[in-house]
Design a protein around this ligand. Structure first.
Ligand code: ZN
Ligand code: ZN
Length: 126
């Protein structure tokens, strides 16, 4: 991990920038069909951090939150569509930030694969 004790990230258009305090409790690849739809990809990849340490440094007004279920909120940039976070109203002290928006590249372990029953068959086979 970096020396600052923080993760930094931004969206594709650069309008949104954020930081989050370490530590990461766990990171995951989630293959649920909602993550596949929202990310347009095989999985949503996230690092779970404390909500209190998550700070939007730029572009808070560009973040739209979509309620994908009764408790889940998915934040994205309304300009470029980058997915930024997943959070649950049932666990407001935590937030899951997207690994793909982190700069530099996330260098921690990914401990969990979720909803592997809907993991797409079109992923490359190892
Ligand atoms: Zn953007
Ligand atoms: Zn998911």
């Amino acid at each position: 991990m970096n020396e600052t004790g923080q993760l930094h990230g931004s969206c594709l258009c650069g309008g949104v920038a954020y930081r989050a305090d370490l530590p990461v409790s766990h990171a995951s690849h989630c293959y649920c069909t909602m993550c596949q739809k929202q990310h347009g990809a095989a999985a949503g990849s996230y690092a779970n951090v404390a909500a209190a340490g998550y700070v939007v440094e730029r572009g808070a007004d560009l973040i739209t939150e979509y309620a994908s279920s009764s408790h889940a909120r998915r934040g994205f940039c309304k300009v470029c569509g980058s997915t930024l976070f997943w959070r649950s109203t049932q666990a407001p002290d935590r937030i899951a930030i997207t690994l793909g928006t982190l700069e530099p590249e996330y260098d921690g372990p990914v401990q969990r694969e979720l909803h592997t029953d809907t993991k797409p068959a079109w992923l490359p086979h190892r």
